[in-house]
Design a protein around this ligand. Structure first.
Ligand code: NAD
Ligand code: TDX
Length: 335
Protein backbone atom coordinates (compact mmCIF):
# COMPACT_ATOMS: atom_id res chain seq x y z
CA UNK A 1 0.00 0.00 0.00
CA UNK A 2 1.03 3.58 -0.65
CA UNK A 3 0.05 6.03 2.09
CA UNK A 4 -0.04 9.81 1.90
CA UNK A 5 0.39 11.15 5.43
CA UNK A 6 -0.22 14.87 5.86
CA UNK A 7 1.35 16.64 8.84
CA UNK A 8 3.74 13.72 9.40
CA UNK A 9 6.43 16.00 10.90
CA UNK A 10 4.18 17.07 13.79
CA UNK A 11 3.63 15.40 17.14
CA UNK A 12 1.00 12.77 16.34
CA UNK A 13 1.73 12.48 12.60
CA UNK A 14 5.40 11.65 13.25
CA UNK A 15 4.39 9.01 15.82
CA UNK A 16 2.20 7.49 13.08
CA UNK A 17 5.03 7.54 10.49
CA UNK A 18 7.55 5.95 12.89
CA UNK A 19 5.01 3.33 14.04
CA UNK A 20 3.76 2.48 10.57
CA UNK A 21 7.20 2.02 8.99
CA UNK A 22 8.20 -0.24 11.88
CA UNK A 23 5.04 -2.36 11.84
CA UNK A 24 4.05 -2.30 8.13
CA UNK A 25 7.41 -2.30 6.41
CA UNK A 26 5.98 -3.47 3.08
CA UNK A 27 4.07 -0.15 2.76
CA UNK A 28 5.34 3.14 1.33
CA UNK A 29 4.78 6.46 3.06
CA UNK A 30 4.80 9.90 1.44
CA UNK A 31 4.84 12.58 4.15
CA UNK A 32 3.45 15.94 2.99
CA UNK A 33 4.18 18.69 5.51
CA UNK A 34 5.03 22.36 5.05
CA UNK A 35 7.01 22.51 8.33
CA UNK A 36 5.21 25.23 10.24
CA UNK A 37 6.60 26.10 13.68
CA UNK A 38 5.09 22.74 14.84
CA UNK A 39 6.63 20.61 12.09
CA UNK A 40 10.05 19.22 12.98
CA UNK A 41 12.19 16.86 10.91
CA UNK A 42 14.12 15.97 14.08
CA UNK A 43 11.05 13.84 14.91
CA UNK A 44 11.85 11.59 11.96
CA UNK A 45 15.62 11.10 12.04
CA UNK A 46 15.27 7.33 12.78
CA UNK A 47 13.40 6.68 9.57
CA UNK A 48 14.35 9.45 7.13
CA UNK A 49 16.69 7.21 5.12
CA UNK A 50 14.24 4.29 4.79
CA UNK A 51 13.77 3.45 1.07
CA UNK A 52 9.97 3.24 1.51
CA UNK A 53 9.74 6.76 3.02
CA UNK A 54 9.62 10.07 1.15
CA UNK A 55 9.24 13.60 2.52
CA UNK A 56 7.63 16.38 0.49
CA UNK A 57 7.80 19.91 1.90
CA UNK A 58 4.51 21.38 0.76
CA UNK A 59 1.28 23.05 1.78
CA UNK A 60 -2.03 21.17 1.78
CA UNK A 61 -3.66 24.42 0.64
CA UNK A 62 -1.71 24.26 -2.65
CA UNK A 63 -3.76 22.11 -5.06
CA UNK A 64 -0.85 21.53 -7.46
CA UNK A 65 1.44 20.17 -4.73
CA UNK A 66 -1.39 18.05 -3.34
CA UNK A 67 -2.27 16.61 -6.76
CA UNK A 68 1.37 15.67 -7.39
CA UNK A 69 1.66 13.98 -3.99
CA UNK A 70 -1.66 12.13 -4.48
CA UNK A 71 -0.50 10.21 -7.60
CA UNK A 72 -0.66 6.44 -6.98
CA UNK A 73 -1.87 6.82 -3.38
CA UNK A 74 -4.11 4.12 -1.86
CA UNK A 75 -4.71 5.62 1.58
CA UNK A 76 -4.63 9.22 2.86
CA UNK A 77 -4.13 9.75 6.60
CA UNK A 78 -4.78 13.43 7.22
CA UNK A 79 -3.14 14.90 10.34
CA UNK A 80 -2.00 18.30 9.01
CA UNK A 81 -3.64 21.14 10.90
CA UNK A 82 -3.08 24.19 13.01
CA UNK A 83 -3.64 22.44 16.34
CA UNK A 84 -3.25 24.83 19.29
CA UNK A 85 -6.36 26.47 20.80
CA UNK A 86 -4.46 29.47 22.24
CA UNK A 87 -2.96 30.28 18.83
CA UNK A 88 -6.45 30.06 17.30
CA UNK A 89 -7.48 32.82 19.70
CA UNK A 90 -4.47 34.94 18.68
CA UNK A 91 -4.80 34.28 14.92
CA UNK A 92 -8.00 32.49 13.76
CA UNK A 93 -7.47 33.01 10.01
CA UNK A 94 -4.59 30.51 9.77
CA UNK A 95 -6.88 27.85 11.26
CA UNK A 96 -9.61 28.57 8.74
CA UNK A 97 -7.09 28.41 5.90
CA UNK A 98 -5.27 25.18 6.79
CA UNK A 99 -7.95 23.23 8.63
CA UNK A 100 -10.91 23.99 6.36
CA UNK A 101 -9.49 24.99 2.97
CA UNK A 102 -6.57 22.55 3.19
CA UNK A 103 -8.93 19.66 3.99
CA UNK A 104 -11.22 20.66 1.10
CA UNK A 105 -8.27 20.61 -1.33
CA UNK A 106 -7.15 17.19 -0.11
CA UNK A 107 -10.68 15.76 -0.39
CA UNK A 108 -11.09 16.97 -3.98
CA UNK A 109 -7.70 15.58 -4.95
CA UNK A 110 -8.38 12.23 -3.21
CA UNK A 111 -11.67 11.96 -5.11
CA UNK A 112 -10.03 12.75 -8.47
CA UNK A 113 -7.29 10.19 -7.79
CA UNK A 114 -9.80 7.52 -6.62
CA UNK A 115 -8.04 6.74 -3.34
CA UNK A 116 -9.28 3.65 -1.49
CA UNK A 117 -9.50 5.41 1.88
CA UNK A 118 -9.35 8.93 3.26
CA UNK A 119 -8.90 8.87 7.03
CA UNK A 120 -9.43 12.21 8.74
CA UNK A 121 -7.92 12.87 12.17
CA UNK A 122 -10.18 15.03 14.30
CA UNK A 123 -10.75 15.96 17.90
CA UNK A 124 -13.25 15.63 20.74
CA UNK A 125 -13.29 19.45 20.92
CA UNK A 126 -15.83 19.57 18.05
CA UNK A 127 -18.49 18.43 20.57
CA UNK A 128 -18.05 21.48 22.82
CA UNK A 129 -17.81 21.45 26.60
CA UNK A 130 -19.30 19.24 29.34
CA UNK A 131 -20.27 20.20 32.89
CA UNK A 132 -17.72 19.40 35.58
CA UNK A 133 -20.33 17.73 37.74
CA UNK A 134 -21.88 15.47 35.11
CA UNK A 135 -20.84 11.96 34.13
CA UNK A 136 -21.86 12.51 30.49
CA UNK A 137 -19.30 11.66 27.82
CA UNK A 138 -19.14 12.62 24.15
CA UNK A 139 -19.98 9.85 21.68
CA UNK A 140 -20.48 9.54 17.92
CA UNK A 141 -24.08 10.79 18.19
CA UNK A 142 -23.28 13.93 20.21
CA UNK A 143 -24.25 17.05 18.23
CA UNK A 144 -21.36 19.30 17.22
CA UNK A 145 -21.03 22.44 19.34
CA UNK A 146 -17.50 23.81 18.86
CA UNK A 147 -16.54 26.86 20.93
CA UNK A 148 -13.06 28.00 19.81
CA UNK A 149 -11.81 29.01 16.36
CA UNK A 150 -9.69 25.83 16.46
CA UNK A 151 -12.59 23.48 17.23
CA UNK A 152 -14.91 25.33 14.83
CA UNK A 153 -12.37 24.86 12.03
CA UNK A 154 -11.97 21.15 12.87
CA UNK A 155 -15.78 20.73 13.00
CA UNK A 156 -16.03 22.35 9.56
CA UNK A 157 -13.38 20.00 8.18
CA UNK A 158 -15.24 16.96 9.61
CA UNK A 159 -18.43 18.17 7.89
CA UNK A 160 -16.62 18.48 4.56
CA UNK A 161 -15.23 14.96 4.92
CA UNK A 162 -18.74 13.61 5.59
CA UNK A 163 -20.12 15.59 2.64
CA UNK A 164 -17.56 14.00 0.27
CA UNK A 165 -18.72 10.57 1.44
CA UNK A 166 -22.45 11.27 1.15
CA UNK A 167 -22.33 13.29 -2.07
CA UNK A 168 -19.48 11.72 -4.03
CA UNK A 169 -18.98 8.33 -2.35
CA UNK A 170 -15.38 9.08 -1.28
CA UNK A 171 -14.45 6.16 1.05
CA UNK A 172 -13.80 8.04 4.28
CA UNK A 173 -13.42 7.32 7.99
CA UNK A 174 -13.05 9.87 10.81
CA UNK A 175 -11.62 9.59 14.31
CA UNK A 176 -12.37 12.15 17.05
CA UNK A 177 -9.70 11.77 19.71
CA UNK A 178 -9.15 13.25 23.16
CA UNK A 179 -6.02 15.08 24.41
CA UNK A 180 -2.80 13.34 23.36
CA UNK A 181 0.47 13.38 25.28
CA UNK A 182 3.80 11.60 24.87
CA UNK A 183 7.29 12.09 23.38
CA UNK A 184 7.92 14.77 20.70
CA UNK A 185 4.96 17.00 21.67
CA UNK A 186 5.59 20.69 20.96
CA UNK A 187 5.91 22.55 24.31
CA UNK A 188 2.98 24.92 23.74
CA UNK A 189 0.57 22.21 24.96
CA UNK A 190 -0.09 21.68 28.69
CA UNK A 191 1.98 18.58 29.46
CA UNK A 192 5.28 19.27 27.62
CA UNK A 193 5.15 22.95 28.63
CA UNK A 194 4.80 22.03 32.29
CA UNK A 195 7.48 19.30 32.13
CA UNK A 196 10.02 21.62 30.51
CA UNK A 197 9.24 24.57 32.81
CA UNK A 198 9.47 22.29 35.85
CA UNK A 199 12.81 20.86 34.71
CA UNK A 200 14.06 24.44 34.31
CA UNK A 201 12.58 25.59 37.65
CA UNK A 202 10.32 28.14 35.90
CA UNK A 203 6.72 29.02 36.95
CA UNK A 204 3.98 26.69 35.69
CA UNK A 205 1.15 28.85 34.26
CA UNK A 206 -2.20 27.20 35.12
CA UNK A 207 -5.23 28.89 33.53
CA UNK A 208 -8.14 30.03 35.72
CA UNK A 209 -8.87 27.79 38.72
CA UNK A 210 -7.03 24.79 37.21
CA UNK A 211 -10.12 22.60 37.57
CA UNK A 212 -10.82 22.14 33.84
CA UNK A 213 -10.80 18.45 32.99
CA UNK A 214 -9.29 16.71 29.98
CA UNK A 215 -9.23 13.01 29.00
CA UNK A 216 -5.58 12.09 28.33
CA UNK A 217 -4.44 9.47 25.82
CA UNK A 218 -0.86 8.35 25.22
CA UNK A 219 -0.04 9.05 21.53
CA UNK A 220 0.90 5.46 20.76
CA UNK A 221 -2.59 4.36 21.86
CA UNK A 222 -4.12 6.94 19.49
CA UNK A 223 -2.00 5.52 16.64
CA UNK A 224 -3.14 1.97 17.45
CA UNK A 225 -6.76 3.16 17.29
CA UNK A 226 -6.08 4.67 13.84
CA UNK A 227 -4.44 1.39 12.74
CA UNK A 228 -7.58 -0.54 13.81
CA UNK A 229 -9.82 1.90 11.92
CA UNK A 230 -7.68 1.63 8.76
CA UNK A 231 -7.70 -2.17 8.97
CA UNK A 232 -11.21 -2.93 10.22
CA UNK A 233 -13.22 0.31 10.30
CA UNK A 234 -16.39 0.64 8.22
CA UNK A 235 -16.41 3.15 5.37
CA UNK A 236 -18.37 6.32 6.14
CA UNK A 237 -18.10 5.81 9.92
CA UNK A 238 -16.83 8.03 12.70
CA UNK A 239 -15.04 6.56 15.73
CA UNK A 240 -14.52 8.37 19.04
CA UNK A 241 -11.17 7.60 20.74
CA UNK A 242 -10.42 8.34 24.39
CA UNK A 243 -7.71 7.58 26.91
CA UNK A 244 -10.06 6.67 29.78
CA UNK A 245 -8.04 9.09 32.00
CA UNK A 246 -10.06 12.16 32.99
CA UNK A 247 -7.93 14.48 35.13
CA UNK A 248 -8.16 18.13 36.26
CA UNK A 249 -5.35 20.32 34.90
CA UNK A 250 -3.97 21.21 38.31
CA UNK A 251 -3.74 17.50 39.20
CA UNK A 252 -1.80 16.84 35.98
CA UNK A 253 0.60 19.62 36.95
CA UNK A 254 0.96 18.37 40.54
CA UNK A 255 1.69 14.86 39.24
CA UNK A 256 4.47 16.20 36.97
CA UNK A 257 5.97 18.17 39.87
CA UNK A 258 5.91 15.16 42.18
CA UNK A 259 7.58 12.85 39.62
CA UNK A 260 10.27 15.49 39.03
CA UNK A 261 10.61 16.06 42.75
CA UNK A 262 9.84 19.79 42.45
CA UNK A 263 7.84 21.99 44.79
CA UNK A 264 4.19 22.95 44.17
CA UNK A 265 5.05 26.59 44.78
CA UNK A 266 6.14 26.67 41.10
CA UNK A 267 2.42 26.61 40.19
CA UNK A 268 1.32 30.06 38.99
CA UNK A 269 -2.44 30.61 38.47
CA UNK A 270 -2.80 32.98 35.52
CA UNK A 271 -5.64 34.64 33.58
CA UNK A 272 -8.06 32.10 32.13
CA UNK A 273 -8.13 31.16 28.43
CA UNK A 274 -10.94 33.00 26.57
CA UNK A 275 -13.97 30.72 26.15
CA UNK A 276 -12.12 27.95 28.04
CA UNK A 277 -13.98 24.60 27.65
CA UNK A 278 -14.61 23.16 31.11
CA UNK A 279 -14.53 19.42 30.59
CA UNK A 280 -13.93 16.93 27.80
CA UNK A 281 -14.69 13.23 28.19
CA UNK A 282 -15.19 10.72 25.41
CA UNK A 283 -16.72 7.27 25.22
CA UNK A 284 -14.72 4.39 23.72
CA UNK A 285 -17.85 2.22 23.57
CA UNK A 286 -18.11 2.02 19.76
CA UNK A 287 -14.41 1.55 18.96
CA UNK A 288 -13.99 -0.99 21.78
CA UNK A 289 -17.06 -3.09 20.91
CA UNK A 290 -16.74 -2.87 17.10
CA UNK A 291 -12.94 -2.87 16.67
CA UNK A 292 -11.59 -4.19 19.98
CA UNK A 293 -9.73 -1.00 20.99
CA UNK A 294 -8.45 -0.57 24.53
CA UNK A 295 -5.77 1.97 25.51
CA UNK A 296 -2.66 0.10 26.69
CA UNK A 297 -1.27 2.94 28.82
CA UNK A 298 -2.81 4.42 31.93
CA UNK A 299 -1.91 8.00 32.88
CA UNK A 300 0.45 6.87 35.65
CA UNK A 301 2.69 4.86 33.30
CA UNK A 302 2.27 7.22 30.31
CA UNK A 303 3.25 10.38 32.19
CA UNK A 304 6.32 8.69 33.69
CA UNK A 305 7.62 7.58 30.30
CA UNK A 306 6.80 11.00 28.80
CA UNK A 307 8.74 12.82 31.54
CA UNK A 308 11.65 10.39 31.13
CA UNK A 309 11.67 11.13 27.38
CA UNK A 310 11.91 14.91 27.96
CA UNK A 311 14.68 14.36 30.54
CA UNK A 312 16.63 12.19 28.09
CA UNK A 313 16.06 14.36 25.00
CA UNK A 314 17.09 17.78 26.17
CA UNK A 315 18.76 18.76 22.82
CA UNK A 316 15.40 18.13 21.04
CA UNK A 317 13.50 20.62 23.18
CA UNK A 318 16.36 23.09 23.59
CA UNK A 319 16.38 23.49 19.79
CA UNK A 320 12.59 23.92 19.78
CA UNK A 321 12.75 26.62 22.50
CA UNK A 322 15.04 28.77 20.38
CA UNK A 323 13.72 31.41 17.99
CA UNK A 324 10.00 31.88 17.43
CA UNK A 325 8.95 29.92 20.51
CA UNK A 326 10.32 32.67 22.77
CA UNK A 327 8.20 35.26 20.98
CA UNK A 328 5.09 33.11 21.27
CA UNK A 329 5.76 32.40 24.96
CA UNK A 330 6.19 36.09 25.72
CA UNK A 331 2.99 37.06 23.90
CA UNK A 332 0.97 34.30 25.58
CA UNK A 333 2.35 34.38 29.13
CA UNK A 334 4.29 37.59 29.76
CA UNK A 335 1.75 40.22 28.63
P1 NAD B 1 1.01 19.50 15.50
O1 NAD B 1 0.67 20.95 15.58
O2 NAD B 1 2.05 18.95 16.40
O3 NAD B 1 1.44 19.12 14.01
C1 NAD B 1 0.77 19.61 12.89
C2 NAD B 1 1.62 19.28 11.66
O4 NAD B 1 0.91 19.73 10.50
C3 NAD B 1 2.97 20.00 11.66
O5 NAD B 1 3.99 19.11 11.25
C4 NAD B 1 2.79 21.11 10.64
O6 NAD B 1 3.99 21.50 10.00
C5 NAD B 1 1.81 20.48 9.68
N1 NAD B 1 1.02 21.48 8.93
C6 NAD B 1 0.35 22.55 9.46
N2 NAD B 1 -0.20 23.26 8.46
C7 NAD B 1 0.10 22.63 7.29
C8 NAD B 1 -0.18 22.90 5.93
N3 NAD B 1 -0.89 23.96 5.57
N4 NAD B 1 0.31 22.05 4.99
C9 NAD B 1 1.05 20.96 5.37
N5 NAD B 1 1.36 20.67 6.64
C10 NAD B 1 0.90 21.50 7.59
O7 NAD B 1 -0.39 18.75 15.70
P2 NAD B 1 -0.72 17.37 16.41
O8 NAD B 1 -0.93 17.61 17.85
O9 NAD B 1 0.25 16.35 15.95
O10 NAD B 1 -2.16 17.10 15.78
C11 NAD B 1 -2.28 16.36 14.57
C12 NAD B 1 -3.75 16.23 14.23
O11 NAD B 1 -4.44 15.59 15.30
C13 NAD B 1 -4.47 17.56 14.02
O12 NAD B 1 -5.38 17.41 12.96
C14 NAD B 1 -5.21 17.80 15.34
O13 NAD B 1 -6.37 18.56 15.13
C15 NAD B 1 -5.55 16.38 15.73
N6 NAD B 1 -5.72 16.12 17.17
C16 NAD B 1 -4.76 16.50 18.05
C17 NAD B 1 -4.90 16.21 19.41
C18 NAD B 1 -3.85 16.59 20.42
O14 NAD B 1 -4.08 16.41 21.61
N7 NAD B 1 -2.69 17.09 20.02
C19 NAD B 1 -6.04 15.53 19.84
C20 NAD B 1 -7.01 15.15 18.90
C21 NAD B 1 -6.83 15.44 17.57
O1 TDX C 1 -0.19 26.97 29.76
C1 TDX C 1 -1.26 26.32 29.82
N1 TDX C 1 -1.97 26.32 30.98
C2 TDX C 1 -3.16 25.67 31.12
O2 TDX C 1 -3.77 25.70 32.20
C3 TDX C 1 -1.76 25.56 28.70
C4 TDX C 1 -1.01 25.51 27.40
C5 TDX C 1 -2.95 24.89 28.86
N2 TDX C 1 -3.64 24.96 30.03
C6 TDX C 1 -4.93 24.24 30.14
C7 TDX C 1 -5.93 24.52 29.03
C8 TDX C 1 -6.67 23.22 28.90
O3 TDX C 1 -7.73 23.17 29.84
O4 TDX C 1 -4.64 22.85 30.01
C9 TDX C 1 -5.64 22.16 29.26
C10 TDX C 1 -5.00 21.49 28.06
O5 TDX C 1 -4.58 22.53 27.20
P1 TDX C 1 -3.89 22.22 25.78
O6 TDX C 1 -2.71 21.34 26.00
O7 TDX C 1 -3.69 23.52 25.09
O8 TDX C 1 -5.00 21.32 25.07
P2 TDX C 1 -6.55 21.60 24.72
O9 TDX C 1 -6.85 23.02 24.64
O10 TDX C 1 -7.37 20.76 25.66
O11 TDX C 1 -6.59 20.98 23.23
C11 TDX C 1 -5.88 19.77 22.95
O12 TDX C 1 -6.69 18.64 22.88
C12 TDX C 1 -7.48 18.45 21.75
C13 TDX C 1 -5.04 19.88 21.65
O13 TDX C 1 -4.24 21.02 21.70
C14 TDX C 1 -5.90 19.87 20.43
O14 TDX C 1 -5.08 19.86 19.26
C15 TDX C 1 -6.73 18.65 20.46
O15 TDX C 1 -7.62 18.65 19.39
Amino acid sequence: MRLLVTGGAGFIGSEFVRYWLKNHNQDNIINLDNLTYAGNLDNLTNIEKFPNYQFIKGDICDAKTVNNAMKGIDIVVHFAAESHVDRSILEPSKFIQTNILGTAILLESALQHKVKRFHHISTDEVFGSLDLNSSTKFNEETPYNPKSPYSASKASSDMLVRAYYHTFGLPITISNCSNNYGPYQFPEKLIPLMIINAIQGKPLPVYGDGLNVRDWIYTEDHIKAIELILEKGAIGETYCVGGESEIANVDVVKKILSILNKEEKLINYVKDRLGHDRRYAISNHKISTKLGFKPAHNFESGIKSTIAWYQNNRPWWERVLKGDYQKYYASQYEK
